[in-house]
Design a protein around this ligand. Sequence first.
Ligand SMILES: NC(=O)c1ccc[n+]([C@@H]2O[C@H](COP(=O)([O-])OP(=O)(O)OC[C@H]3O[C@@H](n4cnc5c(N)ncnc54)[C@H](O)[C@@H]3O)[C@@H](O)[C@H]2O)c1
Length: 457
Amino acid sequence: MDELKDLTIGVIGLGHVGLPTALGLADLGWSVVGADDDDAKARGIAEGRAPFYEPGLDLLLRKGLDTGKFQVAPNGAAAARRSTVLMVCVGTPQRENGSADLSRIESAGRTIAANLDGYKLIVEKSTTPVQTADRLRQSIIRYSRRRSPDTGNGAAPEFDVAANPEFLREGTALDDFFNPDRIVIGTASQRAADLLSRIYQPLFDRAGRKAEEALVVTSVNTAEIIKHASNAFLASKVSFINMVADLCEATGADVTDVAHGLGLDPRIGPHFLEAGIGFGGYCLPKDIRAFQKVAQDHGVDFSLMNEVDSINRRRIDAFIEKIRKALWVIRGKSIALWGLSFKPGTNDIRDAPSVSVVERLMAEGALLRLHDPQAMGEFQTRFPASPPQLVYADTAESAAEGVDAVALVTEWPEYGEVDLRRLRGRMSIPLIIDGRNMMDPEAVRSLGFEYYGVGRP
Ligand SMILES: NC(=O)c1ccc[n+]([C@@H]2O[C@H](COP(=O)([O-])OP(=O)(O)OC[C@H]3O[C@@H](n4cnc5c(N)ncnc54)[C@H](O)[C@@H]3O)[C@@H](O)[C@H]2O)c1
C-alpha cells in the first residue's frame, strides 16, 4: 500500500488519550506528529516533560523524541498539513444539560478542513455521541469548500472520517495501548478501514496475536455507540453493586462475598463489582449523561441511566453519613483523607469523588490532612493548603498524625501496605472509614481499630 510508505500520523490533542496514543504509535515505528492547543503543554512535551502522571509515559516520551519518531508541531494546522492520518483526541466535556460539548471536535475539524491538501483520514478517537462523525464529515466539507475556490467549484475534498473510539484506562494507558482487548473501527470506507488496520497491525505482530481476534470493523454510528454503551455498562455494574451494598449493610451480609459469588458466573464476570464511594473521573460520569441525552433527543427511554447516575451521586452522601455516624460530630474533628485521584495510578482529579468529599467535610468544619501518592500537586491548585483546616502530608502515615479518623477514598495499593500497628500509635483515635473495602475488617479490628467498610457487617 503506497500510502504507508511515508505515512505520518497526526495526533490532535495531547492529553490523557492523545499523548499515550501518539507515543504508542511512534513506538510501533510510525512517524507521529502531535499538536495541542495548550501552548505550555505542547512546549513541555516537546522538551520531554509529560504533563500528567501515567506509568511509563516519561520513558516513552524520551524515547519518541530521541528517535525522532515523535515530534510536536507548533499547532494543529502544521500537524494537519504534515499528516495523512489525523487522530482527533480532544476533550468532549459535559455541557450543563448533560450533553457532550463537541466544540473542540468541531474546531479540530475546521483546522483540518483548512489544510486538506490531498487524501486524509480523520479518525475520531475522542468519545462522542452517535452521529458525531457524520456531523464532522459535513463540517469538514463545508469549511474546506469555503476556504478553497478550487474545491468550492464542486470538486469534493478527498478525505474519510472514521470513528476509532479509545478504551485505554488512565493508570494503565500504555499497557492498554499495547495490549488492546479490542480495536473498534467505524467507517464506511474500505480505504480507511484498511489503513487503520495496517496502522495497528504491528501491535498484533509483536504480541503474536491474530488481529481478527480484536478488530471490530463496523459503521461509524455503531462504533460511537459501542464506546458509550461500554462506559454505560461499566457504570451500571458499579451502581448495581453499590445498591446491593446498601442492602448488605442493612442486613448484616457482606457485599465483598456477594460480589465474589456473583463474579464467578462467567456471564457476569468479577470486574467492576467493587462497592465503595462510586465512580468518578473524566469518562464514566460525563459519558453516561451524554449517552442518556442523545437517547432522549431521539425519543428513546434511557431512564435506567438516570438511576445509575443518581445511585452514584448518593455514594458521596452515604460516605459522609458514615463518617458522621462514626464521629458523631464532624465539626472540629481531625480527619486524614487517603487518596485524592479519581482512581489509583493517575494524578487526574477530574470529577474525582475526593473533590466532593473534601468540599463537604470542609463545609462541615472538619480539619483535613490529605495524602495521595501522585495527585497532591493537582489537588493543591484546586484546594490550596490552609492550616489547620487543610494540610497536605508527605506520607499516608504522617497524614494520620493525631487524627480522629482515617478515611480511605482512593484505593492506592500502598494504603494496603501501611504498618497498622505504627499507624495506631500515631492516630489520636484508632478509627478507619474504608470507602473502598481495601482492608480486612477482622485483621484491622484485632489490632484495636474501630473499622467501617462499605456493605460489610
Ligand atoms: N481519559 C481517559 O481515560 C479516556 C479514555 C477513553 C476515552 N477518552 C476520551 O478521549 C477524549 C480526550 O480525553 P482526555 O482525557 O485525553 O482529555 P484531556 O483533557 O486530557 O486532553 C485533551 C487535550 O486536547 C487539547 N485540545 C483541545 N482542543 C484542541 C484543539 N482544537 N486542537 C488541539 N488540541 C486541543 C487540550 O488542550 C488537551 O490537552 C475525550 O473525549 C474522552 O472522553 C478519555
